[in-house]
Structure formats: C-alpha cells, structure tokens
Design a protein around this ligand. Sequence first.
Ligand SMILES: [Mg+2]
Length: 352
Amino acid sequence: MIIKKIEFYPLALERKERFVTATGSNKIAHNIVVKVVTDDLIGWGNACPSRVTNEGTKSVQRALKLFSKRLIGEDAARINNIHSKMDALLYKNPSAKAGIDIALYDLLAKHAHLPLYKLLGGHKEKMLTDKTIGIDEAKVMVKRAIQYKKEGFKALKIKIGLAVEEDAKKLHEIRKAVGDDIKIWVDINQGYDVNETINFIKRVKHLNIEFIEQPVKFDDLISLQKITKESPIPIMADESVKSPEDCLNIVSNKCADLLNIKLMKCGGISPAIKINDIAERGRLKVMIGCMGESLISIAAALHFALSQKNVVYGDLDSHFSLKKDVARGLTFKNGYLSPSDKDGLGIEVDIQ
Ligand SMILES: [Mg+2]
C-alpha cells in the first residue's frame, strides 16, 4: 500500500439555493477532491475549507501540495503515522488533512475488502439525517420545512441567530406548520450572547426543540458553560470543538451537553475517533455534522458515524443542496442515510 501519487481537483459546486447562516452566506460550495494512488488501488478524499477553520481554497491547495511531496513513498495503511507527519509539516489546516485522511481510509477499507464502517467497528447500518434550513424570511423557511417533511426528512435543523424575537417567531411558525411528529434542532452559529440566548430559550422552550447548537462565540466557553447550566434545552458545542483538546476542555468544564464533530474541523476520521472517545467517556452524545461538502466526505462522515455507538445525531445533508455533485453511492430513504455495500467509501467518483 505504498503511496505512488497524490492529485487534487479544486471544484466550485453550485448550490440549488443561496445558503445563509448567522456568520455569512454563499451560493458556491468550494471543495477540493483528493485522489491518492497506490500500486493497485485509488482512494478518494475531499477537503471543504471554511471560515470556521480559517482555510480557503488556495491555502488548502498549498497544504495538499506540501503533503503530497512529503507522503509519496509512505505506507498508506499507517494513517496515524501520516497524521504525525502532516502535523509536523503544518499546524492546523484541518480540512486539507481531512482530505488526505479520508482517501487513506478509503484505500485501507478497499484493501481489506470491507465497507469502511465495518472496518472501523460497524456499530449500525443507517443514520438519521436532518435537512438544514438556512436563514430567510419566515414564510420561505416555513415553505422549506413543509417541503423537506414531504421529502421524508424526520429532523429539521433551523438556522437562526440574527434577532431573538424574530427568530423565536420563526420557530413558532415552523413548528405550527410541520406538527409535532418531526424533530426540530436549532443552530445559532455564534449569533447571540448569554442574555439573548436565555431570552430566546424562554420564548421557545415549549416547542419541543431537541437541542440548540453553538449560541455564542466559539472561544467564549464561560458563556457557553453558563448557558448550559441554565438551559432546559440541551446545548451542543460546534465551532468550539475542533480538536480532542477542545473536547477534553469542554467535557472537564461542563461547557456543553452535546458535541458536533465534523471531519473538516478536526482533520479527518482518525482525530474524529479520538474526539468521540473523549466525549463518550464524559457522557456527551455526539452529532456528526458537515460543511458545504460533496458526497465524498459526506460518505466518509457517514461511515465514521455508523462505526460509533456514541454518534447518535446526523447532520449529513450538504450533498442534497448541490445542483450537481461529483460522486454517487449513498441512499436516502425514510429519513435515513445508508452507504452502499461496496468496499471502502462505496462511492463512484466522476473524475478520471
Ligand atoms: Mg453548527
């Protein structure tokens, strides 16, 4: 399993609709597809840079160029060793590292003739995923909520975080429109402070919201801790958790009830397993989340989630929002996402 060649392909994937959160908006999902070649196998990975990790398409390509030079001739199966080498070359740059990590796990599982989730321990076979509704006028958000429920989604993630009163009103209207038999999750994306969050929770606490994600700035753990202590609705940390160290800090100081792990934030499957292990020991359940990713890394995130008992929530929906994706091979049925039974990630990639 010696690495012979590493190639990468920057892609600007157009979304069906402009996607708006409390921190920004975009119509294009920038992804960099990674291809790692050994003597007889090809492994596919994907990097999706974002503001959350201070990465852009240029910096990811620079990082991948550097990693490629250093990793030719290495044993692709020694994934932890390759992580050490990447970490020694470049601090942070987690989505670039995730691109390589995912391709290596695809190779390893193909070599083992197993779907990746089984190689990782295979806890379950399908994962419920939500569909995210970006910030928009209330009537547009309500329309989307009804449409996604019709499409079979059993959970909706509602993006808010610009104005408490208006946000609470939107939540009331959405719950009224979709009824009680669908899960509602809320993501504030760092848009509020402590008082705004407590005020918002008071207004929506009877709406059966399962959890609220990242109400305050990622580095304001004191506020996150305060909100977690006071809130009757469980609080999930997202932007605040990018590494096993962040997770340990949040667990030790009881700064959240739940965690959102994304391969692009932490550097791939290998670090994601470490984060989940710490969360599980600290009795924090985990959601697997995503950025604006193509199906390649959504598949990787799904395989990771399926292998872990403690990963109980799925937010693996970005590929549904793309006009045209670069890969195929996942099935969505009755609200659940499942992989194919093929080896590795079990996907077909439309790049030669
Ligand atoms: Mg989030």
